[in-house]
Design a protein around this ligand. Structure first.
Ligand code: 1QQ
Length: 377
């Protein structure tokens, strides 16, 4: 070999190395996240993003995944719009070549975007989807959030025992997959518990005036209002209920949509006494939760909510699955995800055969006091 050939061979070698193992080992692993970062559900999406970012930062600082690769999160805003969620999934898969997807924020969006990921054989993990049927979309669809069917019965039983509730008004927005699903569970559980439903009132997720429904409810002398709504409408409804003179002795019970500081941001003092079930609450015992809350406050100068906690756990679940998969391969990652065994903020976590959380232990019932979530004693 003359000198020229040696140089050429070396050039070929380094080019090959750049394309294969050696250089690729340092390449970040791209993960897409579809969240509501603007629009009416942006409070949920920004909390979820904050939870993902904090966990990814910690994981990357500790050496990353797959023997030294970092996780690179690429966000697309779905703005609570189904079409936008579908386009986001297509962009992240087609343009960015992500290996997995996180989100979307709303069940409504997951029913639209989930099939896109599933058809392309890419794992998609909802961290906040609680409607019935989410993982029925297909075998690549996972969720780490507890469905309403696990949480609402715990909430209602606790409220019944504490307040002796016998008769309620049931309200829900009938144009969203999650709020409709929550309504179904609330109705079925109320019937099982022998609680009378004095009236069922509907509204739209976009509504801002609930006075017709609330005026009617006021005349019915119910013991509680049971509401399946997203936070924007839910907060407005709570505020107007108190303004119209439904007293605080009549508690308002919400579903997962109420697990957000947005309720108190909108309703102010009127949010006091609102009752919500959740797999997590901020004052949960244990060093892991304390560290999370502290790091979150330090990084963002605000308290985390349930959505941030679920997102944080999910990032660790994803990172561990990548390491079990052994490479950044979507199909291997899917199989590795099914073997999840995490001990995070939400407690011991495994997926069931349906790729939803295997158990619903650890659901707590909280109430809002001075804008903060505290345990309902
Ligand atoms: C869903 C929900 C929402 C409250 C998520 C933010 O539970 O859409 O399933």
């Amino acid at each position: 070999m003359n000198r020229r050939t040696v140089l050429a061979a070396a050039a070929v070698f380094s080019a090959t190395a750049a394309l294969s193992g050696l250089a690729v080992a340092a390449e970040p692993v791209k993960v897409g996240a579809i969240e509501c970062l603007t629009g009416p559900a942006a409070k949920y999406g920004t909390m979820i993003k904050a939870g993902f970012d904090l966990a990814a930062e910690e994981i990357n600082a500790k050496g990353g995944i797959l023997k030294g690769r970092t996780i690179e999160l690429i966000y697309e805003d779905s703005a609570a719009q189904k079409e936008q969620a579908i386009n986001a999934a297509k962009k992240l898969i087609g343009r960015d070549h992500v290996v997995a997807l996180l989100g979307p924020t709303l069940s409504n969006e997951m029913f639209a975007a989930g099939p896109v990921a599933n058809e392309r054989g890419l794992p998609i993990i909802g961290t906040s989807n609680t409607a019935k049927g989410i993982t029925d979309i297909g075998e690549f669809v996972f969720r780490t959030s507890l469905p309403e069917s696990d949480v609402l019965p715990v909430t209602l039983k606790k409220a019944q025992a504490k307040f002796g509730i016998k008769k309620v008004a049931l309200l829900y927005s009938n144009d969203d997959a999650f709020t409709k699903s929550g309504f179904d569970v609330f109705k079925e559980t109320l019937e099982k518990l022998g609680i009378e439903i004095a009236t069922i009132e509907t509204f739209s997720v976009k509504d801002t005036d609930f006075s017709p429904q609330l005026t009617k409810i006021k005349s019915l002398n119910v013991d509680a209002l049971v509401v399946s709504a997203l936070a924007e409408a839910g907060g407005g409804l709570v505020l107007q209920a108190r303004q119209l003179g439904i007293p605080k002795t009549v508690p308002i019970i919400g579903g997962n949509g109420f697990n957000s500081p947005k309720i108190a941001e909108i309703a102010g003092d009127s949010a006091d006494g609102v009752i919500i079930g959740s797999p997590w609450f901020i004052a949960k015992e244990g060093a892991q939760n304390k560290n999370f809350v502290e790091s979150f406050r330090k990084k963002y100068n605000m308290d985390p909510d349930q959505f941030a906690a679920q997102a944080y756990d999910t990032m660790y679940i994803l990172a561990a699955a990548f390491d079990r998969a052994g490479e950044a391969d979507s199909k291997k990652l899917r199989d590795a995800l099914t073997k999840t065994d995490n001990n995070g903020l939400l407690g011991p976590f495994k997926f069931g055969a349906d790729r939803s959380p295997a158990t619903a232990e650890g659901v707590v019932v909280t109430t809002i006091k001075g804008g903060k979530f505290t345990l309902l004693q």
